[in-house]
Design a protein around this ligand. Structure first.
Ligand SMILES: Nc1ncnc2c1ncn2[C@@H]1O[C@H](COP(=O)(O)OP(=O)(O)O)[C@@H](O)[C@H]1O
Ligand SMILES: [Mg+2]
Length: 515
């Protein structure tokens, strides 16, 4: 006789249904698992057997063969344990009413004692099971909140094997976990922009960057508030849409970074890796490729403080993710793709001593050293940073009368409003690679032509800037994207000349530092 149980396997951020088939025969006492299992799944044999015995359930004393189908897909991890056990218990009749498991999926790792342990990537697997038509999905209790986000399926959080057996045998029916939108946003507290004195230009740049999702570079002498401003960005980032939340939660779920109380990540992530990090840690990698910092920052901010201190190989590996919004990692097991739509925020001193271009302090660096310091940042990377702005040293007056600055909540209100305008504008627009557009920074050439049309006056202003600043076509488009965001912040359907003028200013550093 053959019995079946359904579960799901992970492949990057994608998941697919796996059917566990169990065949038993009265001949010998053997237990085999086939279907391209990796070592963790081979070990499943021992876990399943021990969990069964320690739950005081009889483990069949006959030949048992378990197949994980489709057999040609490489399967990794320990989340198949529960489905394997269910298929065996159905086969031997210990699970009465096993016909009831037909529209169910089982996801979970077993401990030797029969407890069900949390797994990574539960959200992705539940989505795949739902896609395959399963209506009731049994997940580890600690993954239940996360899984409950998926609508139109019943999620059962289970703590141990006996709970499931009693549920199907009608002794102790389980109740499904109901999704409660968590108030994570309210709980998380970020530092507030009202602490930042002066620096009106940089704060305005941060607001524009947050609204349009533009990459941002802050450059200036030490101690002027660059790190302070960057760390306050999360407090003004726009609300996440539900789709963005799901996508971000999936990546964190695969990485095992969700705790049992989190259902959906509803605040944009802020990742601030140290400059000693390796390229694989940034981009993603490993034997079983895991998402890197660029993917953990998906739909949020990746902050690189002291940019020139990062290994050039590391910063260079940012180029492709910045361009594509997703990253593909190739391994013998296949190619995995993770999303990485993030806003890049960088901070740096203009030179080693930090005082190049300072109005009063003298820079002690030699001209060649200054060049070398700046040249650590490659042109192609700079090219992808829409806003490059100076954070100058404060004078005493700004320091002493800085009380009446705006709070993050006030800024965020404007940012949210502008972002809603963008979401409405782009609801039917897609990038060349098929991914949806959510903010102005993601506009490609054809969208710029469509949504950033200029009046004759603006056009003339643009032409002048183009000629005097020696802009490239890329630089030209970048200014248009910024101008669109500035216009959206002003709730202006048309791009006006003052919007263009401000956008040009946000690109004013090329001449001073990088040319
Ligand atoms: N604009 C500012 N407003 C208020 N405090 C500031 C400002 N700039 C610097 N500071 C003070 O100096 C400290 C160092 O600032 P930081 O942001 O780390 O400077 P850096 O520009 O070197 O990154 C801050 O913790 C804060 O106490
Ligand atoms: Mg700093």
């Amino acid at each position: 006789m053959i019995s079946y149980a359904y579960t799901a396997g992970l492949f990057g951020i994608d998941s697919y249904e796996v059917t566990v088939e169990c065949h038993s025969d009265t001949k010998l006492s053997v237990f085999e698992i086939v279907g391209l299992p990796d070592n963790a799944i081979k070990e499943a044999k021992e876990r399943v057997k021990a969990a069964c015995i320690n739950s005081r359930l009889p483990f069949p004393d006959k030949e048992i063969i378990v197949n994980l189908a489709p057999a040609d897909k490489r399967k990794e991890g320990s989340s198949f344990d529960l489905a394997i056990l269910i298929s065996i218990l159905s086969n031997t009749g210990i699970l009465e009413n096993s016909h009831l498991t037909k529209d169910c999926a089982f996801i979970g790792e077993l401990s030797l004692s029969g407890d069900i342990r949390r797994v990574n990537g539960a959200l992705c697997m539940v989505l795949a099971s739902k896609q395959a038509g399963r209506k009731k999905i049994f997940v580890p209790y600690e993954n239940a909140k996360e899984a409950s986000v998926v609508s139109d399926v019943e999620i059962y959080g289970v703590k141990n094997v006996l709970e499931i057996i009693d549920h199907f045998n009608g002794l102790r029916p389980l109740t499904p976990t109901v999704y409660e939108p968590c108030l994570e946003t309210a709980k998380q507290t970020y530092p507030d922009f009202k602490d930042v004195l002066g620096q009106r230009g940089a704060k305005r740049a941060a607001e524009i960057a947050a609204a349009g999702g533009h990459n941002l570079l802050l450059i200036g002498p030490p101690g002027t508030g660059k790190s302070m401003i960057a760390k306050r960005l999360p407090s003004i980032l726009p609300e996440m849409t539900f789709e963005e939340s799901i996508e971000t939660t999936k990546v964190h779920s695969i990485s095992g970074l969700l705790d049992e109380h989190t259902s959906l990540i509803s605040t944009r992530p802020f990742r601030s890796p140290h400059h000693t990090m390796s390229a694989p840690a940034l981009a993603g990698g490993g034997k079983i490729p895991m998402p890197g910092e660029v993917s953990l920052a998906n739909n949020g901010v990746l902050f690189l403080d002291e940019l020139p201190e990062f290994n050039r190989l590391v910063t260079e590996s940012l180029r492709q993710p910045l361009e594509d919004g997703k990253i593909t990692i190739t391994r013998t097991a296949g190619r995995l793709t993770y999303p990485c739509n993030f806003m890049l925020v960088c901070a740096m001193n203009p030179c080693k001593c930090g005082y190049f271009g300072h109005p009063t302090k003298e820079c002690t660096c030699k001209p060649n050293d200054i060049k070398r310091y700046i040249s650590k940042i490659s042109g192609p990377l700079l090219d992808r940073i829409d806003i490059q702005i100076e954070v100058p040293s404060l004078n005493y007056k700004e320091m002493s009368q800085g009380q009446a600055t705006e709070s993050s909540a006030q800024i965020r209100e404007r940012v949210n409003k502008a972002r809603r305008i963008m979401q409405e504008r782009f609801k039917n627009e897609y990038k060349e690679n098929g991914s949806p557009i959510t903010c102005n920074a993601q506009m490609e050439a054809k969208h710029i032509r469509k949504y950033c049309t200029l009046s004759p006056i603006c056009s003339a202003l643009m032409e002048k800037a183009f000629n005097t600043l020696g802009l490239s076509a890329r630089g030209h488009d970048r200014i248009l994207r910024l101008a669109r965001t500035i216009a959206d912040l002003a709730d202006s359907p048309e791009i006006e000349s003052n919007h263009i003028a401000e956008a040009i200013q946000l690109r004013g550093l090329d001449k001073k530092y990088f040319k």
